[in-house]
Each structure stands twice: as C-alpha cells, then as structure tokens.
Design a protein around this ligand. Structure first.
Ligand code: THU
Length: 141
C-alpha cells in the first residue's frame, strides 16, 4: 500500500476543528490534534478532563488511542493546536506515546498556531534519547 502524503495545512485545519470537541470544564484550555496514519486516515483528538484531575487525557493521546484501537500502528504526522496565542508543544507524556509508534526521524509534529502558521519538528527533535522497546531488550538476560 502507498504511504499517504502529509498535507501540513490540511492536518492543521483538522486539528483546529478537533479542538471544538474539547471537554475542559476545569482548565478551560482547549487542545485539538489530528493524527495522520500511513493508511491515509486522519484521527482527531481533543483533551478530555475529569473532576479527579489526573484521569485527564491530552488531545494527542486521545487521537493516538482512537487510531490504535481501530487497528492503526504506523503514523506519518500529527498536528496540534491549543487555546494559546502561540505554538503549543505536546507534553512529555504524549511525546513518549508518539515514541512507541512513530519513526523519530520522519514523524512530523506540526504545531498549528492558526490556519496559516505552522512550525514543524521531528519526534527526535522534541524527544531525544527516548525510552523505547530497544532499551528493554538491552536489559534482558
Ligand atoms: N493538554 C493537552 O491536551 N495536550 C498537551 O500537549 C498539553 C496539555 C491539555 C491537558 C489539560 O486538559 C489542559 O491541556 C491543561 O493542561
């Protein structure tokens, strides 16, 4: 199967649309994400908060867990946008989830400030020295 092509602007627009579904009664800070799988399908995610606070799920992980639960395991890019007048970087936990499924040198993390301004990083740039299954293998005896 041919790999899908990354359209950064289109993915940014999907993330902006995904933000509308954020459930944020506590922080009032909406985040949206759009994850492009190799299959070409796009999975949207929003942050989902909880009265007990710690069960809160970030937009990025919502998108990943939706996709993986539908059978996807390979991804090309994610666009992220938030309720800030600036670029929103993914939190450390979400970067670690990306490291589980994504190639550090080719996976694109697209920070979408609005529909027309984006900044793009590879996963390795945002999470150097990631802990992966390779590290676990080194510990096996
Ligand atoms: N949040 C995300 O959804 N993604 C991030 O990368 C950073 C933080 C959410 C979690 C919480 O609902 C709100 O933003 C404030 O932390």
């Amino acid at each position: 199967m041919e790999k899908a092509v990354v359209d950064q602007k289109k993915l940014a627009a999907e993330a902006i649309a995904a933000k509308e579904r954020a459930y944020v009664p506590y922080s009032r800070f909406r985040v949206g994400a759009a994850l492009l799988a190799e299959s070409g399908r796009v999975y949207r995610g929003c942050n989902i908060e909880n009265a007990a606070y710690t069960p809160t799920n970030c937009a990025e992980r919502t998108a990943f867990f939706k996709a993986v639960s539908e059978g996807e395991k390979k991804f090309l890019a994610i666009a992220i946008t938030g309720d800030a007048d600036d670029y929103l970087y993914p939190c450390g936990v979400c970067r670690q989830v990306m490291a589980e499924f994504c190639d550090p040198d080719t996976f694109q993390i697209i920070l979408a400030r609005d529909g027309s301004r984006q900044q793009v990083f590879t996963l390795r740039e945002l999470l150097p020295g990631a802990f992966t299954a390779e590290e676990l293998k080194k510990g096996q005896r």
